[in-house]
Design a binder for this molecule. Structure first.
Ligand code: FMN
Length: 355
């Protein structure tokens, strides 16, 4: 079997695998460039690169410079395809999108918020705009709005299902019935919703599915259902190229299925994480002290928030996992070793060929 390529706009990746953007600092230059070097699309996360103790101006300057540095570093490590991931709830999201475009990034992935103004912000048609969605209703809304307001359509969509790691675009109640919102159920609805826009704009809109994709067999199943590629996060955390601390990776290796839980995040969305010491202590304490000179998230209600999510994620990144939140996908408990991106991709592709 020939491995299908993944076409996004005029870019063609040799393999249909996108490494999903992972904040805070989980997917930076090292991981993204390694994936791009294997023929996939590597995504740098733009989230949480500032200094949480800095003033607004300083925070924004540090974030801008840090993102530009990660993009340049990744570029120096690969000629492959790189994307940058953004969350609509970030206070400085527009600023960071501009930096990415200036630094030559050709794939902008936008989640956690509706990208209604994205085409106005990124006018260069050579930059591919790829929103993350969780339902046909949201896909239709974005497609209709962009068509009416800007006379353009998306260059791809990432359909993230309920088994993914990090923040999730489903309510807690919906997440209790994940089978009702499975990728297998959602994908045909999305494929139907994009048809009129594919016809109108005379182009294929690739749908990339993510959330719980674990092996080559899963990738084959998604491709057979009409996806153009898959987005994977969790499996890339346990690679040597991923920048997170040893303790973060160890938590993945140790976690049991029943310790993977849904939390209510201060971002205002549910998220999936490991029920570690931090979450257990938080349950007892109820609320932690927050020092927030810069409001990094528009959606975070600092007065009532139970903890600072940015600080909790930074703590885990640096290895203080007892005071940190560890996001993971539903399948994290299946990972048993740390590998390299090369080995992981080889394993996925041989599973895909077999399937
Ligand atoms: C540790 C972690 C952090 C994540 N952070 C983000 C993020 O900042 N923005 C985003 O759009 N998705 C984020 N995600 C979701 C991934 O990009 C990806 O879509 C998802 O992990 C796919 O599901 P999987 O983990 O089951 O492979 C995160 C996932 C993980 C595991």
């Amino acid at each position: 079997m020939k491995i299908p390529k993944l076409q996004i706009g005029n870019l063609s990746a040799n393999i249909p695998i996108v490494q999903g953007g992972m904040g805070v600092r989980v997917s930076l230059a090292s991981l993204a460039s390694a994936v791009a070097n294997e023929g996939g699309i590597g995504t740098i996360s733009s989230i949480g690169l500032g200094d949480l103790e800095a003033s607004k101006q300083e925070y924004e300057r540090i974030s801008r410079e840090a993102l530009a540095n990660e993009i340049r570093k990744a570029r120096s490590m690969t000629d492959g395809h790189l994307a940058v991931n953004f969350m609509g709830v970030l206070s400085n999201v527009n600023d960071l999108i501009k930096v990415s475009v200036q630094e030559g990034i050709k794939i902008i992935v936008f989640g956690a918020g509706l990208p209604t103004k994205l085409p106005a912000l990124v006018e260069d048609p050579s930059v591919n705009l790829v929103p993350i969605i969780g339902s046909a209703r949201v896909a239709e809304f974005i497609l209709r709005t962009w068509d009416k307001r800007y006379g353009r359509t998306v260059d791809g969509l990432i359909l993230e299902g309920p088994l993914a790691g990090g923040h999730l675009g489903f309510s807690v109640e919906q997440l209790e019935r994940p089978e009702e919102y499975s990728l297998e159920k959602l994908l045909p609805e999305i494929l139907e919703a994009i048809k009129p826009y594919e016809d109108k704009y005379g182009k294929k809109i690739p749908i990339i599915t993510g959330g719980g994709i674990y092996n080559g067999k899963d990738i084959a199943r998604m491709l057979s259902l009409g996806a153009s590629g898959v987005q994977m996060g969790t499996r890339f955390v346990c690679t040597e190229e991923c920048n997170v601390s040893r303790q973060f990776k160890q938590a993945y290796l140790k976690v049991k299925k029943e310790d993977i839980v849904i939390i209510k995040s201060p971002v205002g969305m549910p998220g999936r994480a490991i029920n570690n010491r931090f979450l257990k202590d938080l349950k007892i304490k109820g609320k932690l002290k927050i020092n927030c000179p810069y409001r990094c998230l528009t959606a975070c209600k600092v007065k009532t928030a139970r903890y600072c999510i940015a600080q909790a994620l930074v703590n885990s990144y640096f290895g203080d996992v007892d005071h940190g939140l560890i996001f993971c996908g539903q399948n994290a408990y299946r990972i048993s070793k740390i590998t390299t991106v090369k080995e992981l991709i080889q394993e996925l592709l041989s599973g895909l060929k077999e399937a």
